[in-house]
Design a protein. Structure first.
Length: 280
């Protein structure tokens, strides 16, 4: 297991330790799934994905107070994936917020928007659901408010801003858990140094200058709307938000969104990468 370790000073009386896991990409299909799902499973299945996740959970239970999973636990919507996801997330030790692949029907086949997400959500519910909130989640432990917000399509919504502000009224330090990282120049540059084209730099809050490098198909889907810009401004201005945990990019990176707000991108859980964070 490749464990990266960080310590964040947020003024706690007693240290709190968490394990951040993201992008497990479990890929399963069964007799209730159609032929296309089975073809996907044949292409994407690896026994190591599930094996690594259970190793990470076991490590967290022995060494940490909470496991935070920031999405793409599953690779695509299927009956088998839903059943497996529900089994894993029934463990209250795990705090979860959805990623884009939780809503992916066949992986990259369609325009990703609210209607597509809702259609996938209804399919998941038809299979019995994941048993946990997917769009918004909160957990208070050790005097820290963990808040999960689904920004899997690189957008935020006004209702999420409202709920985040209400949570801030509690006065507790907040660890913000999202799937797609917020734009930050050094992260953007680092990613573009490794890959090119539409396959890279899926960041939330890209401005028009940076979107020029994308095809219009990708740029249209990633262009931030007004609620998204308002949410990003609020996140940057709220002193109770002490750190952002995120994934999506399948590599690890640490940077600052503001002078005092760190963002931790953690590598793919499917590669047995995770991050242990001690809050003090």
């Amino acid at each position: 297991m490749n464990i990266e370790k960080n310590t964040i000073n947020i003024g706690l009386e007693k240290p709190l330790k968490i394990l951040h896991v993201t992008d497990s990409h479990i890929a399963l299909a069964d007799e209730f799934d159609n032929e296309q799902k089975h073809v996907l499973c044949e292409r994407l299945f690896s026994p190591d994905k599930e094996k690594y996740l259970y190793e990470q959970i076991a490590y967290a239970k022995e060494h940490c107070d909470l496991l935070v999973h920031t999405g793409d636990l599953l690779d695509f919507v299927s009956h088998a994936n839903t059943v497996k996801g529900r089994e894993i997330l029934s463990d209250d030790f795990i705090f979860f917020i959805a990623g884009n692949h939780e809503y992916s029907q066949y992986v990259g086949e369609a325009w990703e928007d609210k209607a597509y997400r809702m259609n996938s959500f209804m399919e998941i519910e038809r299979y019995g659901g994941l048993g946990v909130p997917m769009l918004w989640n909160t957990r208070t432990i050790g005097g820290v408010n963990f808040i999960g917000i689904d920004n899997s399509y690189n957008l935020f919504e006004d209702w999420q801003i409202h709920h985040l502000k209400k949570e801030a009224e509690k006065g507790l330090p907040i660890i913000l858990c999202i799937h797609a990282p917020l734009f930050e120049q050094s992260l953007y540059d680092y990613h573009y140094s490794m890959v090119t084209g539409d396959s890279c730099t899926y960041l939330t809050g890209l401005d028009e200058e940076h979107l020029e490098r994308y095809s219009e198909f990708r740029a249209y889907q990633q262009r931030p709307d007004e609620p998204t810009l308002r949410m990003i401004d609020y996140i940057k201005s709220e002193p109770l938000i002490k750190a952002i945990l995120t994934g999506h990019l399948h590599f690890s990176y640490e940077s600052y969104i503001t002078d005092s707000l760190p963002q931790f991108v953690t590598g793919g859980g499917y590669d047995n990468i995770c991050r242990e964070i001690t809050l003090i």
